[in-house]
Design a binder for this molecule. Structure first.
Ligand SMILES: *Cc1c(COP(=O)(O)O)cnc(C)c1O
Length: 497
């Protein structure tokens, strides 16, 4: 199978697409044709454990990998050492709501689902293409990707990883997780600004050919672990298929019956994976994109106009504080039925004017699959409290946004279709805000809030989040947007042990 850039003619094999991360014309790679799942395929998959499901599904997309290779990677990525219990368990919240828990991995956020397997896919892609350079992963993170990438790539031979986070835009636990990261091939720095500043800075580095030449001299090539990389996105398709099968096993859907999905959305990677699963033939109904106050996506879905010219809000769901959602570009390619010129034009408008509009047909196609909604701080914290009070389920602040949006949509339509809610992080990553939701008391940020939340709820702190404040701080640097190349060069020069 070939992959094609959303902006033009450039094509690549699956391993080339993963190795390059982003196409040279600035576009994102998409599969030229979509592999299909038959009811028989679903039936076969339902008997398998998560690593086998993953290898079967990945093999449909990554045609220059063998199933054996993929099974070895999936077993290492999703096995008991990384996911001590199940990898992506489905739980019942109530009669018509299911929760897909995606945070049972080593960093307690859903980014692990992709970033535990990406290092295997990426180093294998380098081998398959005879690339001998060290691959340096450069990440802009809104909080969770950074740690998940650091954890996935730490001490992986032939790789280095550098992470930029917005200095004042992540939770104390998220920050501690990153700045205490172990490993000889890693680096971390804060950027003064918000996530869009960090992401724009990283994109600029990727586009800088002179800088790439300097790195090449040092035997280093840059690659991305943001969800612009196909290797980051495709593992996420797996858990929607797996969850559908688990929902059927629980009796929540009959085989072939559609299941709605609600996803707390930021960069649009997670929900795009649900869209791809639907395109493969998985019986999904509406894909509900839930936003916080940074509601550019819910407006886009309602109006067909993407407009980033609006205030940026810092919220209690920081991983969704995004105004330029990279993966929308892939969606545009599908909406325009593969018309790269139309995608290019919209991306140019976005760069120049900060906005673009869909055609009438594109908007209709968008609304056929997606519903958008947003919830403010009060509403999502109330949904969090209600889930705990009424259902004894403790969501994190991002998952709470999806619960609040789902509740509003249901109240509006009067319908109660069975819906799968993606739970994207452990509540203990955002203990201060979760405590505030539960008892209305604002606390100064402190590393001991996790223990307080644990005492209040009787839920144990997940092991990856215990004793964060007792670990050695290794990376306390912050830089301005203009200074972002320097730390990358320093890491390039550093010998890996
Ligand atoms: C990354 C993240 C999101 C947003 O996911 P996208 O794929 O960027 O839309 C939501 N919740 C949490 C906890 C996250 O880490």
């Amino acid at each position: 199978m070939r992959y094609i850039s959303t902006r033009g003619g450039e094509t690549a094999s699956p391993s080339e697409a993963i190795l390059r991360g982003i196409a040279s014309d600035g576009g994102l790679y998409v599969p030229e044709e979509m592999p299909k799942l038959s009811p028989k395929d679903l039936q076969d998959l339902s008997a398998m454990d998560y690593p086998h499901r993953a290898s079967e599904i990945l093999a449909r997309f990554l045609t220059d990998f063998t199933k054996e290779e993929l099974l070895a990677y999936a077993s290492a990525a999703y096995g008991k050492t990384k996911f001590p219990a199940e990898a992506a368990p489905v739980k019942r919240l109530d009669g018509e709501t299911l929760i897909l828990e995606l945070f049972r991995g080593p960093t307690a956020a859903f980014k692990d689902m992709a970033l535990q397997i990406l290092p295997y896919l990426l180093t294998a892609s380098a081998r398959k293409n005879g690339a001998e350079d060290t691959v340096m992963i450069l990440v802009a993170t809104s909080g969770d990707t950074g740690k998940a990438a650091l954890e996935g790539f730490a001490d992986v031979k032939g790789t280095k990883v550098f992470v930029y986070y917005p200095a004042d835009g992540v939770s104390p636990a998220q920050k501690l997780q990153m700045i205490t990261q172990r490993g000889g091939n890693v680096g971390v720095a804060g950027v003064r600004g918000n996530f869009d500043d960090a992401q724009t800075g990283v994109k600029r580095i990727f586009a800088d050919r002179e800088f790439a030449a300097v790195l090449k001299e040092k035997g280093v090539r840059l690659s991305s672990a943001n969800s612009i990389n196909w290797g980051r996105l495709v593992p996420q398709v797996v858990y929607y298929i797996s969850a559908y099968l688990d929902a059927a096993a629980l009796g929540a859907v009959k085989p072939g019956e559609t299941l709605d999905v609600a996803v707390p959305t930021g960069n649009f990677g997670n929900i795009l994976a649900a869209f791809l699963a639907k395109r493969m033939g998985l019986p999904l109904g509406k894909l509900i994109s839930a936003s916080n106050e940074n509601n550019v996506l819910s407006d886009f879905i309602k109006t067909g106009i993407y407009d980033r010219n609006r205030s940026f809000f810092t919220t209690v769901s920081p991983s969704m504080d995004i105004l330029i959602s990279s993966n929308v570009e892939r969606l545009l390619w599908f909406l325009a039925k593969g018309d790269a010129a139309s995608v290019r034009e919209k991306m140019e408008k976005l760069g120049k004017d900060g906005r673009y509009s869909l055609t009438v047909e594109e908007r209709a196609a968008l609304q056929a699959d997606f519903l958008g909604g947003w919830a403010g701080e009060e509403e999502s914290l109330a949904a969090l409290k209600a889930a705990w009070r009424e259902k004894k389920y403790l969501p994190d602040t991002h998952t709470a946004v999806a619960l609040a949006v789902l509740e509003k949509l249901r109240a509006g339509s009067g319908g109660k279709k069975t819906t799968l809610v993606a739970a994207t992080a452990s509540p203990f990553k955002f203990s201060g805000s979760v405590l505030y939701a539960l008892d209305g008391v604002r606390r100064p940020s402190s590393p001991s809030l996790g223990e307080e939340l644990s005492d209040l709820t009787g839920i144990q702190i997940p092991p990856p989040l215990r004793d964060l404040d007792k670990r050695e701080v290794r990376f306390d640097r912050t830089v301005t947007k203009e200074e972002m190349r320097l730390p990358v060069l320093e890491l390039a020069d550093k010998g890996s042990e």
